[in-house]
Design a protein around this ligand. Structure first.
Ligand SMILES: Cc1cc2nc3c(=O)[nH]c(=O)nc-3n(C[C@H](O)[C@H](O)[C@H](O)COP(=O)(O)OP(=O)(O)OC[C@H]3O[C@@H](n4cnc5c(N)ncnc54)[C@H](O)[C@@H]3O)c2cc1C
Length: 379
């Protein structure tokens, strides 16, 4: 424990956690804020590139911590297993517990429970890559889910292994607002990717497509939604029905003023959070805002509530092609989009910008800004 200083522990070094840690570490506040980032990974993971790893198109989605993290952030390579707010302690795997004055919960999300392959984290993506790489020519890769992750993975596999058959299966085919565009369907068609209306059993991989049962494929990858990690529930903190940590519009856990949350791991209660989707585009500004709330409370003024809007939704369609849809602050589509190579170029710039924003916040804390959300009054 440190004295005369405020010790902020950030759990999870993803987009939200690193942004929060960088902003706090460089805040220049006196007495100082000390920041510890707890994450099990040897490197920062560019999670938005894990489908490329699974397809064998990219060796790794890892980035050296030094490239994205403020040098004053103390990093502990461990996994948090329990949070005790009464004693302000976090229990870790393979490391002594850490004491906190403030805690930011930013552990992200995982795949929904399944025995199938997945791309939700680096280890799962590597397993998927090894399985797909070992398939003989003509084998089928079935992808459960036709949302952005399923479509990005299907395109990446079809590009890197054109000798395989790739099938995407979802109850209503390409029905997700981002994948339902004709340009996306045309791209899938050109890559020879079959899209079926049906369901995949997450336990066995058996698929029912267009009313008929298919034999279990040689490789089936589950991309249907994300699930909350159990840490908040196991620690007795307030969670939503799906296990996400409940936070108010300042990103503070109700009844636990010392604990805040950001990113995929939390559900923002009330209107300010209603339009937010699990994404980098939410995690980055939420991480910055969680840090701002901590700093505001330390200096006495009441913290602001979040006000996060969206600009774009992006889809990587393989081999430098993509689809970038302009959206209103509430995430509903505007009437223009970039497709094909222009879309692929724009999508790549957005991926690169996520790292640039983190690195810039490490060099110039407080520099990261984000567009405002839809005009709503916060309840
Ligand atoms: C293949 C794929 C493609 C995607 N593409 C896009 C895209 O194009 N655009 C987009 O906006 N979003 C995309 N997403 C979603 C996006 O990656 C997430 O919404 C985003 O990573 C959430 O950021 P986060 O900081 O909340 O969590 P994460 O980035 O997941 O980071 C959480 C961190 O916490 C660590 N952690 C987990 N448990 C613990 C613990 N108990 N203790 C300590 N640390 C822990 C994890 O190891 C991880 O490093 C994609 C996701 C996937 C899987």
């Amino acid at each position: 424990m440190m004295t005369g200083k405020t010790h902020v522990v950030v759990l999870g070094g993803g987009y939200a956690g690193v942004m929060a840690a960088n902003r706090l570490a460089g805040s220049g506040r006196v007495p100082a804020v000390e920041v510890t980032l707890v994450d099990p990974g040897p490197q920062f993971t560019e999670r938005i590139r894990l489908h490329e790893v699974a397809a064998g198109a990219r060796e790794s989605a890892g980035v050296e911590w030094a490239e994205v993290l403020h040098p004053r952030v103390q990093r502990v390579q461990a996994r948090a297993v329990a949070i005790d707010d009464d004693h302000r302690m976090v229990a870790l795997t393979g490391h002594e517990p850490v004491h906190f004055d403030r805690l930011i919960y930013a552990v992200g999300s995982s795949a929904r429970p399944t025995s199938l392959l997945s791309v939700a984290d680096p280890a799962a993506a590597r397993t998927a890559r090894d399985t797909i790489a070992g398939l003989p020519a003509g084998a089928t890769v079935t992808i459960a889910g036709a949302g952005p992750t399923g479509v990005e993975l299907a395109c990446a596999v079809a590009v890197s292994r054109p000798d395989l058959a790739v099938a995407v299966v979802a109850p209503s085919g390409l029905a997700h607002p981002l994948t339902a565009h004709q340009a996306v369907a045309r791209r899938l068609q050109r890559l020879g990717i079959a899209v079926g209306n049906g369901r995949v059993d997450p336990a066995t991989g058996a698929a029912t497509v267009d009313g008929s049962t298919r034999p279990v494929g040689q490789a089936t990858v589950w991309t249907v939604g994300f699930a909350a990690l159990p840490l908040a529930t196991d620690s007795g903190l307030p969670v939503t029905g799906d296990g996400r940590l409940m936070v108010d519009a300042t990103l503070t856990v109700p009844g636990h003023e010392r604990i805040l949350g950001a990113g995929d791991a939390v559900a923002v209660q009330g209107r300010a959070g209603r339009h937010l989707r699990a994404s980098c585009a939410s995690a980055l500004p939420m991480g910055a805002h969680a840090a701002d709330t901590v700093l505001a409370r330390l200096s006495a003024p009441a913290p602001d509530t979040i006000d996060i809007g969206y600009l774009l939704q992006c889809l990587d369609l393989g081999a430098g092609r993509g689809h970038v849809q302009a959206v209103h602050p509430d995430d509903t589509a505007r009437p223009w989009a970039l497709a094909g190579r222009a879309g692929g170029w724009a999508k790549e710039q957005v991926c690169r910008m996520t790292l640039t924003w983190l690195a810039r916040e490490a060099r110039r804390p407080g520099s990261f800004t984000w567009p405002s959300g839809p005009a709503v009054s916060v309840d």
